[in-house]
Structure formats: structure tokens, C-alpha cells
Design a protein around this ligand. Sequence first.
Ligand SMILES: Cc1cc2nc3c(=O)[nH]c(=O)nc-3n(C[C@H](O)[C@H](O)[C@H](O)COP(=O)(O)O)c2cc1C
Length: 248
Amino acid sequence: MAEPAIETEELENLKVRPLEPGEDFNLVEDVIYRRRSNRSYLKKQVPEYLVRRILEAGRFAPSAGNAQPWKFIVVQDQKMIAEMTQDIVRVCKLAKQFLNYLEPGKGGREWLTKLLQRIRKNELHPIPLGAMYLIAEGKLGVWHGAPTVIPILVDMRAPGKPFVDAGIAGQNMVLTAHSLGLGTCWVSFIQPLEYYPKWRKKLGLRYPYKLVTSIALGYPKGNPDGHVNRETQAIDWFAEDGSFKVVY
Ligand SMILES: Cc1cc2nc3c(=O)[nH]c(=O)nc-3n(C[C@H](O)[C@H](O)[C@H](O)COP(=O)(O)O)c2cc1C
């Protein structure tokens, strides 16, 4: 197979030495593979300088047209986190009464669920619906006791796909947090707050801003990070020599 053309001198001048096959992970790879969603936190607050460092990593994310179409909010007020949690649980409890197709014939209205699923396919997928049940029953936390919550809003005026940009910014923050020894969990269950006028006002959820997700942040209880097995998905590969293969 033909090697990609690269000048020897250019190769020697590269700032980072390219790894040889089989070498250990570098620091960035290690953080990527070790990061796990953290759902248990110490009661210790994350100091402002660390939160700022994490936000800064988000700010430096690439974005279509360099539009940087995100708005980050930092919530460290424990009363506010408790109140947001309570209101989300309330929505989950209410929704649980009306939406059910996980347990046919066991309460809820299957027909309504199926109808709404056509309109809100992603939100009412069995996985979030199952999680919604667990939150309603108090079996799953919202921010899992994290002392800091970072809601992420997107600016809908942006070119391209602002949700992608916000996701990249969020992942920059998450990886930075883990590299600093902190724990995180993405939490999209923040979205029910959009139904409350008081949260719309307080969090500035009005056009052009839309609430998309949030990040729970704190010092992890125990050490949940670590490599895990993950399913592989087919990758279509059009090679340099014109051949095609599917790799895993
Ligand atoms: C956009 C997004 C939203 C998520 N929302 C939640 C959530 O609301 N609650 C939760 O506990 N985990 C949430 N997660 C975490 C996923 O469940 C988790 O990333 C996935 O199970 C893979 O596990 P890992 O993060 O440990 O690799 C979310 C993840 C992403 C990327």
C-alpha cells in the first residue's frame, strides 16, 4: 500500500513525534479513554480557578465559521441546584403518568406515547423514557449530587450546526476536567426546565438561546474513571490506493 507523501525534513520538524504502532497512549488519548460518566461526588465545591480553567477549554473549541455559538452558565448555588432538580423530578413524575410503552398494559397511555414518539422521536426514545421513569421514582439522580452544574445553551443564529459546536465545546470541558482529576457527567435531563417560565427567565432561555444540555462537575467519590469495553461499529474506508474496506 502506498505511504502518504510526507517530506523527511517536515517529518523531523514536527512538534510532536508521531507514535510508532503499538506505543502507549499519550496523555490526551489516556484522558479520552479513561473518562467515565461520574454519578457520585464528594461534597467539596470545585474552586473558581478550576471552573474557569475548564470553561476556557470550552471557549477554545472549534466552531463552524468560528461563530462560537454557545453560552455557558455556572451554577454552584446548592439551593438553586436542589430547586432545579425538584422541578425536573416533578416533570418526570407528571410525564410518567401519561407516557408509557415500556410496560404495556401497566398504566400510562400507550397510544399517546406512540403518537408523541412520532413527533419527538429522540426525546421519547426508550432510553430517555426509561431514565425518566427512574428519575420520577427517585432511583436515578439528575446531577447525581455534583456541587457544580454547567448548563450549555446554543445560539440558534449560528451558521451550520450549532449543536455540534456546543457538543465539541462541552467535550473540551469534560476532558479538561478529567485531566485535572475532577469528575463529570453530561446531563441532558436539564431540558424540562424549559417548561418553567421562572427558569426560562433566570437562565435566559429565550431566542436566540436554547438550552441543550448540561455538565455535572465535581470531585469524584471513589474512582469511576477507567477503560471499558465498548461495542465497535463498522467504518467504511476508501484507501489511498483506490481500494475499499470495512474496518472495525
Ligand atoms: C448529550 C449527553 C446527554 C447525557 N445525559 C445524561 C443524563 O441526563 N443523565 C445521566 O446520568 N447521564 C447522561 N449522559 C451520560 C451517558 O449515559 C454516558 O455518556 C454513556 O452511558 C456512556 O458512558 P461513559 O460516559 O461512562 O462512557 C449523557 C451523555 C451525553 C453525551
